[in-house]
Design a protein around this ligand. Structure first.
Ligand SMILES: Cc1cc2nc3c(=O)[nH]c(=O)nc-3n(C[C@H](O)[C@H](O)[C@H](O)COP(=O)(O)OP(=O)(O)OC[C@H]3O[C@@H](n4cnc5c(N)ncnc54)[C@H](O)[C@@H]3O)c2cc1C
Length: 407
């Protein structure tokens, strides 16, 4: 079985690694030569760490742990505690994507995947094969895995995405020297532009380095992301004024799109499978996508190994089973928040006001919005998180803002 994996981010490299280990002939192609950078908050969350551990991928070195963190809104803040769950350690690690993605990429090559630098264009079915335009030349493969990120050309050329239905976000991050009192995120309701809702973050990366950024939901309207740099400037200045961070020297800036909530995307069709951001698996509430990229890669590799080109239904059902419950709820909350900024402000104010006094609420929110509800086990906040998910599902059922499944 000749498999082409397009894109060597975490989703592509892991799919290629697992398929190569199972004896498939795998080509892993990326338009960039590695190591390459990628816009990210550089946090590998607890579920992603647990998966890497199970896969035997070691992140060597002394890394900064992201555990409990502050959540702020309009000058107030609450501490979101982090505790180990049923099947994760309860903390994330910061590691720059240039390093993390390269680590997985090299493991795919070690496992036997052939690596190529090249740009993939059109993908089309041609009889029993898939014809792929690779660096201007036509080549044939049995299976194509689209791991080419939020703007997936593979999904577009195979008609697997409906651009008017997808839920997009845009995020911009800065790498800079400095210090922060404690890792934090801040819920943001826009600067001067209509880019709401969103949130800002600042994470210590160790060695006197920070990752500072903002992300906003834009629905399907990419132009709404125009004010993001201004929002980030304001956020950085606000943190400096409040003496939460200190900074020194110039920064490096990088932005990118997030495709969230699984809507408007058919994840498998006619021997083509989508994984990671290409499938739209990013958490609509906080923008985390690496854990989902790794999980979808693992599901995809098992389906291909078992079903080959005939695994469309099996893969769609596996993705539904793993992601649908939370993503549908997150999607609905995002849509409602975009449509009702005043109610969103009230909800955010109440959350932080109550969460300052109740650890259970603060912890429950941390579990819920990080999509850890089903992995948390008995602990303070678990019931709150479970209730929030149940309530979210009911709202999802009864509002017009819900996603229209199945895709
Ligand atoms: C600013 C920002 C902050 C974020 N912070 C976090 C965070 O802290 N933690 C977290 O878990 N997630 C975070 N995310 C989300 C996370 O970055 C993504 O979910 C993750 O990178 C998805 O991995 P992937 O392998 O699906 O795609 P990607 O990492 O986007 O990889 C896609 C690859 O495909 C290649 N490619 C694209 N088109 C072609 C083509 N035509 N031909 C060949 N190659 C192609 C690209 O070069 C790229 O290497 C953040 C996103 C942004 C934008």
């Amino acid at each position: 079985m000749r498999v082409l994996v397009v894109g060597a981010g975490p989703a592509g490299s892991l799919t290629a690694m697992l398929l190569a280990k199972s004896g498939h002939e795998v080509t892993l192609v990326d338009r960039s030569s590695f190591p390459r950078d990628k816009a990210c908050g550089d946090v590998i969350g607890p579920l992603a760490l647990a998966m890497l551990d199970r896969l035997g991928v070691e992140l060597s070195g002394d890394r900064h742990r992201i555990g409990s963190m502050w959540l702020g809104f309009e000058g107030r803040e609450m501490l979101m505690p982090a505790r180990a769950g049923l099947n994760h350690g309860g903390y994330g690690l910061t590691i720059r994507r240039k390093e993390f993605d390269d680590l997985l990429y090299r493991q795919a090559i070690t496992a036997g995947a052939e690596s190529r630098v090249g740009v993939v264009g059109d993908v089309q079915r041609s009889g029993p094969h898939l014809r792929v335009l690779l660096d201007g030349r036509q080549e044939e493969f049995d299976i194509v895995v689209g791991a080419d990120g939020a703007n997936s050309g593979v999904a577009r050329s195979m008609g697997m995405v409906e651009p008017e239905r997808i839920l997009l976000g845009f995020a911009l991050r800065r790498h800079l020297s400095g210090s922060v009192r404690a890792d934090r995120v801040d819920l943001l309701l826009g600067g001067r532009g209509p880019i709401t809702p969103g949130y800002g973050w600042v994470f210590d990366q160790g060695g006197g380095q920070l990752n500072l950024g903002v992300g906003v939901g834009v629905g399907g309207e990419r132009t709404r992301a125009r004010g993001v740099r201004e929002l980030l400037d304001q956020y950085q200045q606000d943190l400096l004024d409040r003496k939460i961070i200190t900074t020194a020297g110039a920064h490096q800036e990088m932005g990118g799109w997030l495709k969230m909530g699984l809507v408007g995307t058919r994840v498998a069709s006619d021997g083509v499978y989508l994984v990671g951001d290409a499938a739209g698996l990013v958490n609509p509430l906080q923008g985390e996508g690496i854990a989902a990229a790794l999980m979808s890669a693992s599901l995809c590799a098992s389906v291909i190994d078992r079903w080959g080109v005939d695994g469309d239904a099996a893969y769609r059902s596996a993705i539904d089973q793993h992601f649908r419950k939370f993503l549908a709820t997150g999607y609905t909350i995002q849509r409602l928040a975009l449509a009702h900024p005043k109610a969103t402000r009230l909800a955010m104010q109440s959350l932080v006001r109550v969460g300052r006094r109740s650890e259970r609420i603060a912890s429950g929110w941390g579990i819920f919005w990080n999509d850890l509800t089903e992995h948390s086990g008995p602990q303070p906040g678990a019931f709150v998180a479970w209730s929030a998910l149940t309530l979210g599902q009911s709202v999802t059922t009864f509002t017009k803002a819900r996603p229209s499944w199945p895709d």
